[in-house]
Design a protein around this ligand. Structure first.
Ligand code: UD1
Length: 430
């Protein structure tokens, strides 16, 4: 398995192009199942999760054609053309779903178009149990009969889905997306109440509109969808990845550098910018992106609580904790979305951090310095938090299990190295 070696201590200065959002691209790819017309997605990030989704769709019968920028340099998003003339299989097998939970996003579209779907239950994952009861409950309300058999969700709606009012007891990005997609082809009107408002949900709704869906309330927590008989094709540019942007903003913050994040907008990372501004970091919006700098002064400890959008994203919690490790004073970091999302804590402590976890909160007391160490993590965002810590640590940090990073960060080493970081990938032998 590849490793990443980081020699810490250099302030990062330069520009980083932000890729299209992984979490927008995955549901957008699944929308191809709703139409027999071609769907072209641009600003596609180059990630393992995207390849996994492409493999899953191909086995449903989707023709996937990928056209990356010829020089393959960071910042030039590729194009993907997806055409689903016929769905040849309505089963999403365990083999693929267990690799990536977002595979469950094919459930709603398959059921809406074919009247049946058999999708493996994703099971637990490193950051918690993560059930899919809201996806299943919503589809049942839309008239599907669903059984759980042999680890699979077996869903049927032979006469099609019908519109319903679905009130989510908690905000779920994935359930909102699955039901939104399903509702576009349902008979009658669907209302999703307490829906997720994440920019990736907005991006999905906009693409569905371009395909001919009738959706109102986009960007609010109440989506109203009038079902259509069919949807058409579209060409859609994927929204920029706010989690990637936030991660590199934190790279500027932790190293005391200055990074211009290209092709993104401040409004996508507003909650993060507010918190980091209180911690002593500056954000300036430009015509092409956002400049993040901490040229003068120390970082100051600030409290953070994760929340659904527009609050502080759980996907930036681990990175924020790394930043707080060397801040002056203390920071209380509270995780409200996932129950087991502090796996980075023991690894950060091995690098010299002072952190105490009590239930859903971590108290981080700033230390003067971190020191490099061999580290590893069991999920994507935890892994990148260790990269951030490595950028400021004295000495060498070696991160194992790099495949987590490859799932969600498009050319991470290239982007960091362009700003002066000493980061290299050590290829596995054999
Ligand atoms: C998406 C993101 C992930 C992000 C998360 C929260 C993608 C591909 N992934 O994941 O990066 O961390 O949103 O912003 O977009 N829940 C239930 N029952 C359900 C569904 C969810 O109890 O049926 C719970 C989850 O366990 C979790 C909370 O709801 O505690 C939020 O999860 P959800 O928003 O659904 O996350 P995902 O869509 O899986």
């Amino acid at each position: 398995m590849d490793r990443i070696r980081i020699r810490g201590g250099r302030p990062l200065i330069g520009t980083i192009p932000i890729s299209g959002a992984k979490n927008a691209a995955l549901p957008l790819m699944a929308t191809t199942l709703l139409t027999d017309q071609p769907l072209t997605l641009t600003n596609m990030p180059r990630l393992v999760d995207i390849a996994t989704m492409a493999t899953l769709l191909a086995q449903h019968g989707v023709d996937v054609h990928r056209n990356d920028h010829p020089n393959g340099k960071a910042g030039f998003g590729g194009e993907m053309r997806l055409t689903t003339a016929n769905i040849t299989s309505t089963t999403a097998p365990y083999e693929l779903v267990r690799r990536m939970r977002a595979s469950v996003l094919v459930l709603g579209p398959l059921l809406a178009r074919c009247g049946r779907a058999r999708v493996s239950l994703p099971g637990g994952c490193a950051i918690g149990t993560r059930p899919v009861d809201l996806h299943i409950g919503g589809l049942r309300q839309m008239g599907a009969s669903i059984d759980l058999v042999g680890g699979y969700i077996e869903a049927e709606a032979p006469k099609g889905l019908s519109g319903a009012t679905i009130v989510f007891p908690m905000v779920s990005v994935g359930a909102t997306e699955n039901l939104l997609m399903a509702a576009t082809l349902a008979r009658g009107d669907t209302e999703l109440v307490n829906a997720a408002r994440e920019p990736e949900v907005v991006d999905l709704a906009r693409c569905l509109q371009a395909m001919g869906a009738d959706i109102e309330g986009i960007g609010t927590d109440r989506l109203r969808i009038r079902g259509r008989d069919r949807l058409g094709g579209a060409r859609h540019a994927i929204v920029s990845d706010r989690i990637e942007a936030g991660t590199y903003a934190m790279a500027a913050a932790i190293t005391g550098g200055r990074i211009e994040l290209l092709d993104t907008r401040l409004e996508l990372i507003l909650a993060v910018a507010k918190i980091l501004t209180n911690a002593g970091v500056e954000f300036t919006e430009t015509a092409t992106g956002v400049v993040v700098s901490r040229a003068n002064g120390a970082l100051i400890g600030v409290d953070v609580m994760t929340e659904p959008f527009p609050g502080f994203p759980t996907d930036l919690q681990a990175q924020m904790m790394a930043v707080m490790c060397t801040a002056q004073g203390a920071a209380m970091i509270t995780e409200t979305i996932f129950e087991n999302r502090f796996m980075h804590v023991p690894e950060l402590m091995r690098m010299g951090a002072n952190i105490t976890v009590h239930q859903a909160s971590a108290l981080v007391r700033g230390v003067g310095r971190l020191t490099g160490a061999p580290v590893m993590a069991t999920d994507l965002r935890a892994s990148v938090s260790l990269v951030l810590a490595g950028l400021v640590a004295e000495g060498t940090t070696e991160l194992n299990r790099v495949y987590h990073l490859d799932r969600g960060y498009d050319r991470l080493e290239e982007k960091l190295a362009a700003c002066g970081a000493s980061v290299e990938r050590i290829k596995a032998e054999g």
